[in-house]
Design a protein around this ligand. Structure first.
Ligand code: PLP
Length: 389
């Protein structure tokens, strides 16, 4: 067993060995290293073929047409393209309101704040204690001035799944566009754009055993195209310039194809491990799970351990790699804004840990983590390691 035990799959995943093989084939002189935009020789054609295959693989996973997929550097860029790009494309229009939620990733929140400075009105919905944004909550704030609704599919901290199909329907009823950040859901939850009336989706490779630094943007055929955020050369239908990173793209395609084939089997195995972890941790005194257990991805468990200082607790858990969801800004530790938006106190948010389990997690690792956490938690509670402001 490799130590520390990696239980931070929601932050990033290792690259699947099958993906590494595909990527390696696109790098050297013997491989598909050419520029996919080179139209006059076989090096370019081969690279272009690899890109075409990957585009199909990504489109297939979400029920899209390959012409609806644009490659970007990751979900952060796709979110920027969706929010800033759509706002810029409608600068002359009368709709000036954007609706999102307080529990979105910073890649959505920061572009929204940027647009606020440019004169757009942004509404940040807060979820219920279960972490869910209901269609009724959205309906309350929708009006004919709403340009775009951006709500994530799966939250990165609590793993809660939103009903983006129903939310998109509400948005459309008011003539608004709908975007969803699917960085945490692609390859883990079924996405089918033929059944979900979404307009734009952000996708990412490195949360699903692909490489970092590559992502994709789904833009439905016939829907307004966002203005580009990156210009120069007009690649990707003008929406994203820059030489296509063949090895990254081929890797993402392979990762998505594997996810499509193995999602069901992976999820069953991961759910059993997660339930084993949950059962044991919830036997400990004053522990509880954050977010809905029903509408949740298999790999996530976010637990509050009450009556201890979360940061000190984490420090003592050096042999497991987990996340507290606290953003460390200079000297101060901020409690998770996601947990706070759900109604947790500062103390509770500071004492919460996100465990995220993935394809390579073993039962032995889960048992090791449970054992370590139980011992340390009991010890720290006895020692009175309380959270102090
Ligand atoms: C990881 C993540 C992102 C950022 O994706 P990158 O590809 O790393 O830019 C955006 N949104 C969510 C929900 C994420 O989990």
């Amino acid at each position: 067993m490799k130590l520390p035990v990696y239980l931070d799959y929601a932050a990033t995943t290792p690259v699947d060995p099958r993906v590494i093989t595909k990527m390696t084939e696109c790098l050297g002189l013997e491989g598909r290293f050419g520029n996919p935009a080179s139209k006059s020789h076989v090096y370019g054609w081969n690279a272009a073929e690899s890109v075409d295959i990957a585009r199909e693989q990504i489109a297939d996973l979400i029920g899209a047409d390959s012409r609806e997929i644009v490659f970007t550097s990751g979900a952060t860029e796709s979110d920027n393209l969706a929010i800033i790009g759509v706002a810029m494309a409608h600068q002359k229009g009368s709709r000036k309101k954007i609706i999102t939620s307080a529990i979105e990733h910073k890649a959505v929140l920061d572009p929204c704040h940027y647009l606020e400075n440019l004169g757009f009105e942004v509404v940040f919905l807060t979820p219920g204690r279960d972490g869910i944004i209901t269609p009724d909550m959205l309906e309350e704030v929708l009006d004919d001035n709403t340009l775009l609704v951006s709500l994530m599919h799966v939250n990165n901290e609590i793993g809660v799944i939103q009903d983006i199909g129903a939310l998109a329907e509400k948005a459309h009823a008011h003539g608004a566009l709908f975007h969803s950040d699917c960085a945490q859901s692609a390859g883990k939850v079924v996405i089918d754009v033929r059944k979900m009336p979404v307009d734009y989706l952000s996708l990412c490779a490195h949360k699903i055993y692909g490489p970092k630094g590559i992502g994709a943007f789904f833009v439905r055929k016939g829907v307004v195209r966002p203005f580009p955020v990156i210009r120069g050369g007009g690649h990707e239908m003008g929406m994203r310039s820059g030489t296509l990173a063949t090895h990254q793209i081929a890797g993402m395609g392979e990762a998505f194809a594997i996810a499509g084939k193995e999602m069901k089997k992976d999820n069953e195995r991961i759910r059993a491990l997660r339930d084993r972890l949950a059962e044991k941790l919830l036997e400990l005194p004053e522990t509880s799970v954050n977010g809905s257990m029903e509408s949740r991805v298999e790999g996530n468990l976010n637990v509050t351990f009450r009556g201890i200082n979360g940061e000190n607790f984490i420090l003592a858990l050096r042999n497991i790699a987990v996340s507290t969801g606290s953003a460390c800004t200079s000297a101060s530790l901020n409690p998770s804004y996601v947990l706070k938006a759900m109604g947790l106190s500062d103390e509770e948010a500071h004492s919460s840990i996100r465990f995220s389990i993935g394809r390579f997690t073993t039962e032995e690792e889960i048992d090791y983590a449970v054992d370590l956490i139980s011992k340390e938690y009991i010890k720290q509670r006895k020692a009175g390691n309380l959270w102090k402001i």
